[in-house]
Design a protein around this ligand. Structure first.
Ligand SMILES: Cc1ncc(COP(=O)(O)O)c(C=O)c1O
Length: 444
């Protein structure tokens, strides 16, 4: 791709995208939805060119999958090299080195002493396997998740997810023995407590539940996203995470940190939980792990990981060698280009610009995040904080017409999430923020 920034040459969507859209609507069920109607032709770095020749700056990064940039040279080379050797033998039949090498790299990098790692294909599958391992290790069955969380679309992970529409509507009954605890969303703290006190009170509510409505012997694991993703890009306060760690340790509960969206340098460290200074028992990661190839990992304390019996975890395609080769190149790229530092720098720039917009437009209720994982929450009134979800569609459509892809998030569907590829240039970031500013003004 020769362009270095956005370029719009047709109406959006253009005629070729519209043709494909008609074919797509006839051939693909509506349940498989998409945020934009532009069809991709090529992608490189932070840019996507559509089939009509329009070039977009991509703030979705394949929903957090393209932290190292679209088609990073080193990743493409690793994929090509691996496909020429072998594509699949099955880890359960003839194991291969890329799986082992990737496990070794993640064991060394994760904030868990004496770790072991297993691979599956998707985020939901990683959460499913982490729960199975936690159940086997503890001999307990209950699963606790935080209000507002999203953990996937399979029966179990949908049951662990909060938002009914669209994720659960009509898909019940759900898996039993799942429990929700309060979310320390400091923006929506309706008490007189300070942010830290409020966060701690949420953890204490869980401690109380363990005395009253749940007993520790019922609970295998607690799953926490260190920055809630689909829930609205809500960072969990450090005080909360530390207290939850203590409560889990005191009660023999496995603490699973879900870094499927927040991991792989997104927040300025390989895993967001590093910034809280606590060690999870198990950690799930996926999305940017293999830069677009389906791969997910459960990394965890060896004694817990070894609880599952041989053949009890895994799957036919789990830890595919091409995906593992891509992930090894991703880890190299994170180091080679210091993408953690880039995430922090890009995050600072974007947060600064978004806060300028907050000062200008009362519809912006909150700007928050960690590193380059940032959310902007829209409200009708700053006092009542009544969610304004209608404006999100207008803003994202206006921005798309000017060549920038922004997508939404949020339990109340009123958040724009910013997940730029970490290789985004200053020119691209600046242009996109100008477009967003104008798109908000145009949508009021
Ligand atoms: C925190 C978190 N967990 C789990 C998932 C599910 O991942 P997948 O869609 O790959 O199954 C997601 C996806 O958005 C996520 O953000």
């Amino acid at each position: 791709m020769t362009e270095t920034t956005a370029k719009i040459v047709t109406a959006i969507p253009g005629p070729k995208s519209l043709e494909l859209l008609a074919r797509r609507n006839a051939a693909v069920p509506r349940g498989v939805s998409h945020n934009t109607d532009i069809f991709a032709e090529t992608a490189k770095g932070a840019l996507i060119r559509d089939v009509d020749g329009n070039v977009f700056i991509d703030f979705a990064a394949g929903i957090g999958v393209i932290n190292v940039g679209h088609c990073a040279d080193e990743v493409v080379a690793a994929i090509k090299e691996q496909t020429e050797r072998y594509i699949h033998t099955s880890i359960n039949v003839a194991p291969y080195e890329p799986y082992v090498a990737l496990a070794e790299r993640l064991n060394a990098a994760a904030p868990i002493d004496n770790a072991k790692t297993m691979f599956v294909n998707s985020g939901a599958e990683a959460v499913e396997n982490a729960v199975k391992i936690a159940k086997k290790f503890t001999g307990r069955t209950g699963i606790v998740t935080v209000d507002g969380s999203f953990h996937g679309r399979t029966l179990l992970t949908m049951s662990l997810t909060t938002k009914v529409k669209p994720y659960k509507d009509g898909f019940g009954p759900f898996a039993p023995d799942t429990y929700k605890i309060p979310c320390p969303n400091v923006y929506r703290n309706a008490t007189d407590l300070s942010s830290d006190e409020f966060a701690l009170s949420c953890a204490e509510e869980f401690a109380q539940m363990l005395q009253i409505s749940l007993s520790p012997e019922m609970v295998a694991c607690v799953i926490i996203e260190p920055v809630q993703g689909e829930g609205g890009f809500i960072p969990m306060p450090v005080a909360y995470l530390k207290r939850m760690r203590e409560i889990c340790s005191e009660n023999g509960i496995v603490l699973i940190i879900d870094e499927i969206q927040s991991g792989m340098a997104r927040t300025g460290t390989l895993f967001a939980i590093e910034q809280a200074g606590i060690a999870p028992d198990l950690l799930t990661t996926s999305k940017s792990l293999a830069a677009g190839l389906p791969l997910s990992a459960v990394i965890g304390r060896a004694d817990i990981m070894d609880a599952a019996q041989a053949g009890g975890i895994g799957g036919t395609f789990a830890g595919n060698p091409v995906a593992c080769a891509a992930a090894l190149a991703v880890l190299d790229n994170i180091e080679k280009y210091d993408l953690n530092a880039k995430a922090r720098k890009l995050g600072e720039y974007l947060t600064g610009r978004l806060n300028e917009m907050k000062a200008k437009y009362p519809v912006v209720g909150d700007v928050r995040g960690l590193g380059a994982m940032i959310g902007m929450e829209f409200v009708r009134d700053r006092k009542t904080k009544e969610p304004n979800k209608e404006i999100i569609g207008k803003i994202t459509a206006n921005a798309l017409r000017h060549g920038v892809i922004f997508i939404n998030a949020g339990i109340l569907s009123n958040v724009i999430r910013f997940l730029p590829p970490l290789v985004m240039t200053e020119e691209q970031a600046e242009y996109s923020m100008d477009v967003l500013d104008a798109a908000i003004a145009e949508s009021l």
